[in-house]
Design a binder for this molecule. Sequence first.
Ligand code: DMJ
Length: 670
Amino acid sequence: GAAADAGPPRRDFISVTLGPEEAVGVGGYNNSKAWRRRSCWRKWKQLSRLQRSVILFLFAFLAVCGVISYTSMGEAWKSLTNKSLDDQRTEQEIPGLKLANPVVLPAPQKADANHGDYPELSLQRQPKPPHVRRGPSNLQIKAPWRDTRLNTEHSTIRAVEGLVQADKEEKTEKSIISWRGAVIEPDQSTEPPSSKIKDPEKPSSVEAGEQKEPVPVNERQLAVIEAFRHAWRGYKDFAWGHDELKPLSKSYSEWFGLGLTLIDALDTMWILGLKEEFEEARKWVANDLVFDKNVDVNLFESTIRILGGLLSTYHLSGDSLFLEKAKDIGNRLMPAFRTPSKIPYSDVNIGRGTAHPPRWTSDSTVAEVTSIQLEFRELSRLTGDEKFQKAVDEVMKHVHTLSGKNDGLVPMFINTNSGQFTHLGVFTLGARADSYYEYLLKQWIQGGKKENELLEDYMRAIEGVKKHLLQRSAPKKLTFVGELAHGHFSAKMDHLVCFLPGTLALGAHNGLPADHMKLAEALIETCYQMYAQVETGLSPEIVHFNLHTQKGHKDVEIKPADRHNLLRPETVESLFYMYRFTGDKKYQDWGWEILRNFNKYTRVPTGGYTSINNVQNPSNPEPRDKMESFFLGETLKYMFLLFSDDIDLINLDKYVFNTEAHPLPIWMPA
Ligand code: DMJ
């Protein structure tokens, strides 16, 4: 007990005394027996009415407070206890969750169970098929273990800023990267609001459970579907299950003996909505596709076409058959990395598990060893097996450190023993180097724009292109990308280089400098002119640009050895990106012209399309009797996408295309 007040009792003061100390406060200390024995009741009676009322009120008030605080403390305690239990459970059940980078990803669910239900994928939004009749498309994926060595997005912006600045100042050291305070917005520069493609309903976001009405296929898309069906008919009738159709001789050719065209075309059928054809092809994959074969395959070609095709088809269809096949081929390609330098050999025997370089050299092609990363990284993410990603990341890291570059431009060969570049001093954006540049940017995008070394290498390379390879032709002043051999500029440009406008536009869309978009606009005009200035309206494999105006000469010159056309996709691919990001209809019109000319000069009446030997002779373009698998895998797919106004038909903020036009998901931050 405690005395509430130590002063003498007065009527208008309240004094509560309980227990032995009760004597304190009434006329001094009195510890007599009689006093101590005085009952509480008597004391109570001695209090005035006011005092009693106040005391009662106080007791009542304290009692109410006590009840309230007991209840809320109980709640708090309960939630505290539950929380700690939850934490414990989480740690027990998902050991990886505490790590920044979970090492083991859950195994993919059997696909035919439920297309939208992927246990290994974090589905940010309900998978929304571009057209309702198709399968899931918008999977948002959590990046796996890689984040331990990744920096934040903020530092990425810093890196970009720094690189731009660094390049301006002609400094190359990484240490000079500095933050200048300007923020690069994700959508900077590529989408002038007036001309941007309008999503008919609303922006691209798709909420869980939402099923968007199918966007009707337009006339031009129908023409692409018709072209695809025609090509497919030829393949089906004369080359079913083989690598390539020979449409004139109504037969086929084998390269790897793995049904290359069929696999390359799977996701195109999905995107075009060709369900029956897709199902038939699926059956072939399920019953007849066997990788246990004593056959040498090119690592790069089989990665981009087969592994890439299977992975994207798995993502679009959700059918685990394709993931199983992807795992199988991925494992069989791994022996290629067993080299002294870890730079992979060009060829692998997928049945024997042996790998080797070409017979005449121990070199590999730079573009080949640096353009297999998107696929192997994705395979690791899906399987939880790091080995695929480790192998290809090591190649990129090694190439990043190599000397022999020229302002970010790389030579065309690399030795598998020494790991050094060979044939130094020759620089091109065409054959043997092209997709090195493409994959720098695309890996950076795939990984969530955090891997700064990739971005640095890409930015430097584009500065290198501007500094050493850009020129303007005469008479039309077309900007083109030439080549450099031991300090000598050549005005030669491969059709393959026409991937570059699309890649530059994709970079600008992802926040890279606006002048990349300007360059993309100039280059796509040039690529279009490579078609438009030719008699058949189809581009040759290689052109040479005129640097000086000569009477009667166009910008584009073609050498007899270069006047073939292999039905390549690069220009149509870039047209697709340009249309997506600008909404300028001229890009669709240019693509339409190209499709009409393919139909005019390369279509074989009995089914299929053929490469031609002479784009300069409309009366006899000299058919070659071969339909490359990329005509179905890439060219027609990009045509279909180019003619679409649906930005969710393979949304470029969710997917990144591999170099064979197979869309792979962009990873979400872990
Ligand atoms: C395709 O296999 C790929 O696009 C590759 O990157 C380059 N060559 C062909 C298409 O031209």
